[in-house]
Every structure is written in C-alpha cells, then in structure tokens.
Design a binder for this molecule. Structure first.
Ligand code: SF4
Ligand code: MG
Length: 310
C-alpha cells in the first residue's frame, strides 16, 4: 500500500514559533516524499544548525544533524558511499549560504545527486535574528539595532554560477505548489537547489507573508510556455539569457517555480563509474573495506592508471 504523508511524520515535538513558515515547508516535504513513495529506510535528511535544520527530527528517515554549515559535505559523503539512497539537505540561508557557502559552491561543481532545500528567512532565527546572507541592504528588522549594511546574496544566481543543474524557488505557505517543486528537485538526477522563501514572524518583521504575497508570482502563470529544461547546448544558448533575467528579478515582483533544469550534464557518480567501473553497482558502502584491520584497497590505487597518479 502506498505511503501517506502521515507516515513521514515522527513523534518529536516540533520546536518552532507559532506561524513560522517552516511548518509549511515541512508539510510540503512530507507530501513530496509520500507522492514519490520513498522508503524511509533509504532516505537520509541532513541538516546543519538553525531552526530549519531541526527538520531532521521531524521527518522519518535515517537522518543526520551535523554542525554549522557542514551539512553538504556530510551529505556528499553519504551519497557517494551509497548512491542508491535519496539524500536531501535542509538548512537555513545562514547555514547553507553563509557558514557553508564554500560547500554550497562545491556541490554545484560536482553535480552530485542531492537536493538542497534552503529555508530562506533572511535572518539567523535560532540565534535571535541577526542579518542573514539574503537580507537586502538597508533593511532594518526588529532584531537589528541598525539597518543591514551588507549586500545580499542571490541564491539562484550563485547556484547557476556554481553549476547546479536544477534551480527553483518556492514559497513556504504555498504547500501544494512547493510540494511539486520539492518532488521535481528530488527526482532530478544531479545537484538541485530550491530556495524557499520563508517568513520568520519572530525576527523578520520586514519580509512578512503580506510582503511576499504582494510580490510573488509563478513563472508558468506569467508565461504558460515557460520550459526550464536544457537538452542541448543550442537550447542553453537560446534560453539562458531569459533564465538569468528571471533569476535577477527580486523586488516589486518575485518569480517562483523551476527556473533551470540542465539535463545534459553527468553527475559525479557517473564520472566515478567511468573512472572505476562497477562503482554504481557495488559502491563503497556495500564493499568490505578491511580484513584484520588492514585496508583492502588503498584509495590512491583506485585511481592508478586513470588520471590522478602519473
Ligand atoms: Fe521560525 Fe523564526 Fe521562530 Fe526560527 S525564530 S522557529 S525561523 S519563526
Ligand atoms: Mg535563516
């Protein structure tokens, strides 16, 4: 019998403030996992530190709560050790784009099959509302003594420049639309990122639900022919300028939906298979790694005669 979204809930008490956008995102993830009928035993959610990273306790899976900014390298290791697992990273804009910014870029370059869900509230909620990397300059929230003097990161453009092959934006309180975007991100083969606009009613009294709801619209509603898929270099050349134009739009109007999906690039897992045939059918997690405490394969030997050892 197919699983229901209730099967992905846990017994843990959800420790978020009333009205937090994280509730909508959590519900979207539960629903996406149910519609994809993902076995919780083969699901790994990896979180860093922050309100949103606590989602690892609220979703049934073999989950890991890591340290600040390091969810992506931990998730990368898990996925590369066992590519059969569904691996999802959850975290805030501060955790993923601030402290973990270098790791975020590296995942795009590698194109490992992992979905990164950024709960983007533009503040560090867990530590009482400091300016996050997506808070626009000169905005003064109630937790800041002065307006923000730093510029903000555009997560979509950063992902595009880094090489992510699936880039989307959703809104926390549009649970069903967000569920569809999260599903597509999980189904995509390669590094996927969903920037999820998430009101934090406790600390961000500027980017409120009213503020967002005056601005947001869906790319598909504006242009029913919108198709983010890239199947060839020629299609990329034609579509990229418009995609970048839409990624840049953030102000009076804020587009939502899937901006970009590159179907042409191989994943790091595919490259490992080319380098060491049999990697995908017999990945490291399924191999004995030592006998009598002696390693069976020295890592450098794996690459001998390939590219790393001359
Ligand atoms: Fe949500 Fe903000 Fe409360 Fe954290 S501080 S739980 S982000 S409302
Ligand atoms: Mg945040």
């Amino acid at each position: 019998m197919a699983r229901s979204w209730l099967d992905y809930r846990t017994e843990a008490w959800v420790q978020w403030c009333p009205g937090c956008g994280d509730f909508g995102i959590l519900n979207s993830i539960h629903k996406a996992l149910a519609e994809l009928d993902i076995d919780p035993k083969r699901l790994v959610i990896v979180g860093g530190i922050g309100c949103s990273s606590r989602s690892v306790y609220y979703i049934r899976g073999s989950n890991v709560h890591t340290i600040h900014g390091r969810s992506i390298p931990v998730a990368s290791g898990i996925k590369l050790a066992n590519p059969e697992l569904t691996v999802i990273v959850v975290g805030g804009d501060g955790d993923i784009l601030g402290i973990g910014g270098g790791h975020f870029i590296a995942l795009g370059r590698r194109n490992i099959d992992i979905a990164v869900l950024i709960f983007d509230n533009a503040v560090y909620g867990l530590t009482k509302g400091q300016a996050g990397p997506t808070l626009p300059v000169w905005v003064k929230t109630k937790a800041l003594p002065y307006p923000n003097v730093q510029g903000n990161i555009n997560p979509l453009l950063l992902a595009f420049a880094s090489g992510y092959t699936f880039i989307a934006r959703g809104y926390a309180y549009h649970v069903n639309q967000l569920k569809d975007i999260v599903k597509a991100a999980i189904q995509h083969k390669g590094s996927a990122v969903v920037d999820i606009l998430q009101p934090c009613p406790t600390y961000n009294d500027y980017m409120t639900s009213e503020w967002y709801e005056k601005r947001i619209y869906y790319l598909k509603d504006e242009d029913p022919t919108w198709d983010p898929a890239i199947r060839s270099i020629d299609e990329y050349r034609v579509k990229a300028p418009r995609i970048v134009e839409k990624m840049l739009e953030f102000g009076d109007r804020i587009p939502l939906g899937i901006f970009y999906q590159d179907l042409t690039r191989e994943t790091l897992e595919d490259r490992f298979e080319k380098l060491t045939p049999g990697y995908l059918s017999s990945p490291p997690a399924k191999r004995p790694i030592s006998v009598d405490s002696k390693p069976l394969v020295h890592p450098f030997k794996l690459f001998k005669d390939k590219v790393l050892v001359t």
